[in-house]
Design a protein around this ligand. Structure first.
Ligand code: NAP
Ligand code: ZN
Ligand code: ZN
Length: 348
């Protein structure tokens, strides 16, 4: 076992604060990673504050992890010490069910093992995440990272990246397709980058007028202020795909109405409130609503390789871990450009 320094929260109302955790001794297929950067996902905030219910404390959030392999178990084949590697939202799964056999481990029949806010496969050890100096993980859930890319910018690919890449691939987005993205945050800005890289004509739907220039710099061809009813009406029945990456409670029909015949609303945002959907809006244009959870291990590596080839990384604001509670408050005010990433050197 090794002791790692971390930041944890002890209850829904308490701030994150320094906390030591134990990382297990390496099993045959485990690697020990010295964490360099850890992205800050809105899911960290939802779970730290128990917004989805059932949170487990103490909780060390963080599931956008990039670091260096410093030790490998005796049967590890994918990595050697010194490799740059990443860990995302999952660290394990049952490995034998039908989805696991297809490398769709995020849909494991027994439930995937999350990087934090859950128990490891032994059902007793609380899994602790990336706001820490080190992590131990089975190599299947560890990814190769190109060291040609800025590593702080790579960290968010491990959740925000794969969560938007996977549904866009599933929806088979093609050059010329009209794609809209709702919510210009961590996920939303990655969705814009991927949709643009896939050749789509991309429209940003945002509640923040101040983000219009940034949206265009990210590659979006159009910007629509989603609080402007007249502007939203103008783009009704316009899109093949709308990605809903909104973190707060909102009206889903507003985005559904934007879909053309056969259009798909790809839901990745996870606000607390349950949505209401009028079936008449759904049958109009034969629209569908598709939910999507992160991506499997094979697809995550594919996405990272795609990013290395196309030179895609997240736009990040690098922070010391001591700033994490302020970062959460700013995230709640939609004031992130466009992902906070913790420089773990601040904890070493
Ligand atoms: P984020 O960086 O905080 O961005 C969310 C954006 O949503 C905000 O910047 C804002 O964009 C918009 N927004 C917030 N509240 C809104 C409201 N009430 N109405 C309309 N728009 C609103 O969050 P994130 O890290 O990208 O995460 C987004 C959501 O995805 C979270 O709920 C998170 O838990 C979820 N998530 C899901 C998965 C999955 O596997 N499906 C994985 C990771 C995260 P504008 O300023 O442009 O309006
Ligand atoms: Zn996340
Ligand atoms: Zn399984």
């Amino acid at each position: 076992m090794t002791t790692a320094k971390a930041y944890a929260t002890q209850s829904p109302a308490s701030p994150l604060a320094p906390f030591d955790i134990e990382r297990r001794a390496l099993r045959e297929h485990d690697v020990l990673i010295d964490i360099l950067f850890s992205g800050v996902c809105h899911s960290d905030l939802h779970q730290a504050r128990d917004e989805w219910g059932g949170s487990i404390y103490p909780m060390v959030p963080g599931h956008e992890i990039v670091g260096e392999i410093i030790k490998t178990g005796s049967h590890v084949t994918k990595f050697t010490a010194g490799d740059t590697a990443g860990v995302g939202v999952m660290i394990d799964s049952c490995r034998v069910c039908a989805p696991c056999k297809k490398y769709l481990e995020q849909y494991c029949a027994e439930g995937m093992t999350g990087t934090y806010n859950g128990y490891e496969r032994d059902k007793t050890t609380i899994a602790q995440g990336g706001y820490s100096t080190q992590i131990v993980c089975d190599e299947r859930w560890v990814y190769h990272i190109s060291d040609q890319l800025d590593l702080a910018g790579v960290a968010p690919l491990l959740c925000a990246g794969i969560t938007t890449y996977s549904p866009l691939k599933y929806a088979n987005v093609q050059p010329g397709d009209k794609v809209a993205v709702a919510g210009l945050g961590g996920l939303g800005h990655m969705a814009v980058k991927f949709a643009v890289a896939m050749g789509a004509e991309v429209t940003m739907l945002s509640t923040s007028p101040s983000k219009a220039t940034d949206a265009r710099e990210l590659g979006a061809h159009h910007f629509v202020l989603s609080t402007d009813e007249a502007a939203m009406k103008k783009v009704s029945s316009r899109f093949d795909v709308v990605v809903d990456a909104v973190s707060g409670n909102h009206d889903y029909e507003k985005y559904l109405q934007l879909l053309d015949v056969g259009g798909k609303l790809l839901v990745v945002g996870l606000p607390r409130e349950e949505p209401k959907v009028n079936p008449f809006e759904l049958i109009k244009n034969r629209r569908s609503i598709i939910g999507s959870m992160i991506g499997g291990t094979v697809e995550t590596q594919e996405m990272l390789d795609f990013c290395a080839e196309k030179k895609i990384v997240a736009n990040v604001e690098v922070i010391p871990i001591q700033y994490i509670n302020e970062a959460y408050e700013r995230m709640l005010k939609n004031d992130v450009k466009y992902r906070f990433v913790i420089d773990m050197a601040s904890l070493k």
